[in-house]
Write a protein that binds this ligand. Structure first.
Ligand code: C5P
Length: 392
């Protein structure tokens, strides 16, 4: 029996939580309900206790509940935590990590996957704060369902309705199904982001890489069961769940971190490593009559170094960001660097910092152009290919 901890938020859609409990019980799942203060204005603990055939929890401050169960234990006994309806307020508290009642404390203390089914007024759903909170929660690994579109209790029309209980139950079943972990017991090394090459103690040379594609790849590989070491240049991104992250600044630091992370079964070098570093001035360079000359020194090519190393991972994947003759350059680069695959992307358009990417995969077998997709979809597809390659 799978166990669901259902957190019911305070919105008019809370009545649909009753139907959801019934559907989950019918599927044979155990359901334990937690109601926020707001939720109790819409449904009673008695109703949910009867439907779930279990005790219902409402407060942090019940000594009897705490002695018998303990809120940490309550948050971890489930296989999945579901928030339905997830109000704008609950989503905001989850995104910020607040814990000021039983529901939010459980959500912060849990080590289990969390699925949220939002329900709120259309303007609240499309408000910049909610959009930001939902993006943050998704980056943190929470599954946030899309709300339905339609007429709302408040008389307005648009997205914000709680998805139908049957749709939430189906999403719960998908989340409870054991995910295939084809890369279990494999170690994959990923590099991501730009490098910063100091000019003097206050200035540096950098590039426009956001790290999003590399982080998405690390996330996909970890989800496929791999042990992932992510060597990250300076980026403003959350570490994907289950990934070991090593932060570096310069290309030389990245080379050392990559070396320290070996051995690995595969390496996916997504980082936009600076080709040159500067001979660093010991003090801040002052404005003077003549512009200072920067002396550039070539950085080590980490990927080519890995390819030539006796500890070469079995599968070596490089990236090639180009602004012209993308595929031709990638084919040549694959051969020159001695690597197995190269993922070429045309960065002349809107790739840097964006969420979508159009790539071409170049392997020994040939050239495949993939449809433009989100960086996470590109990552999932690449992780699948890596799993197939490592398993054969
Ligand atoms: O030669 P180019 O910089 O275009 O090659 C890009 C590929 O090589 C990427 O996979 C990048 O991570 C890797 N690279 C590297 N070390 C460098 C330069 C690039 O690992 N110094």
């Amino acid at each position: 029996m799978k166990r669901v901890l259902l957190i019911v938020g305070g919105g008019i859609a809370a009545y649909k939580a009753c139907e959801l409990v019934r559907l989950l019980r019918r599927r044979g799942h155990g359901v334990r309900c937690v109601l926020t203060d707001g939720a109790q204005h819409f449904v009673t603990p008695m109703t949910l206790a009867a439907l779930s055939e279990d005790q219902v929890y409402t407060t942090l401050w019940d000594l009897k509940d705490e002695a018998e169960m303990g809120h940490i234990q309550l948050s971890r006994q489930a296989d999945l935590v579901v928030v339905a309806p997830a109000t704008a307020d609950l989503l905001a508290k989850m995104a910020a990590g607040l814990a000021d009642d039983l529901a939010t404390t459980l959500l912060l203390a849990t080590d289990k996957p969390v699925l949220a089914a939002p329900a709120m007024n259309v303007r609240m759903w499309t408000h910049a704060a909610t959009v930001r909170n939902v993006a943050q929660l998704r980056a943190d690994g929470v599954t946030v369902l899309e709300p339905d579109e339609g007429a709302m209790a408040c008389g307005e029309y648009g997205p914000g309705r709680l998805p139908e209980p049957a749709a939430i139950a189906a999403a719960i079943d998908a989340a409870l199904a054991p995910a295939p972990r084809p890369l279990a017991a494999r170690h994959v090394l990923v590099s991501a982001g730009p490098t910063h090459e100091p000019i003097d103690p206050v200035r540096y040379i950098a590039n426009r890489s956001s790290g999003k594609q590399g982080f998405a790849i690390a996330r996909a590989l970890a989800a496929a069961g791999a042990r992932v070491t992510l060597v990250a240049g300076p980026v403003a991104l959350a570490t994907p769940p289950g990934v070991t992250r090593v932060d570096v600044e310069t290309a030389k630091e990245m080379a050392a971190a990559v070396d320290a992370a070996l051995p690995a079964d595969a390496a996916v070098m997504v980082a936009a490593v600076a080709d040159w570093r500067v001979e660093v001035a010991p003090q801040k360079v002052k404005k003077g009559a003549a512009a200072p000359a920067l002396t550039l020194v070539e950085n080590p090519d980490i990927l080519a170094g890995l390819a030539a190393s006796p500890r070469r991972p079995r599968l070596l994947v490089g990236f090639a960001a180009e602004t012209e003759q993308v595929v031709g350059q990638a084919v040549a680069k694959r051969a020159r660097k001695g690597i197995d695959w190269i993922v070429a992307n045309d960065v002349s358009a809107d790739v840097f910092g964006g969420d979508a990417n159009a790539v071409t995969l170049v392997t020994a077998e040939g050239v495949e152009t993939w449809d433009r997709a989100s960086k996470q979809q590109v990552a999932d597809r690449l992780a699948e290919r890596i799993a197939t390659a490592l398993l054969t």
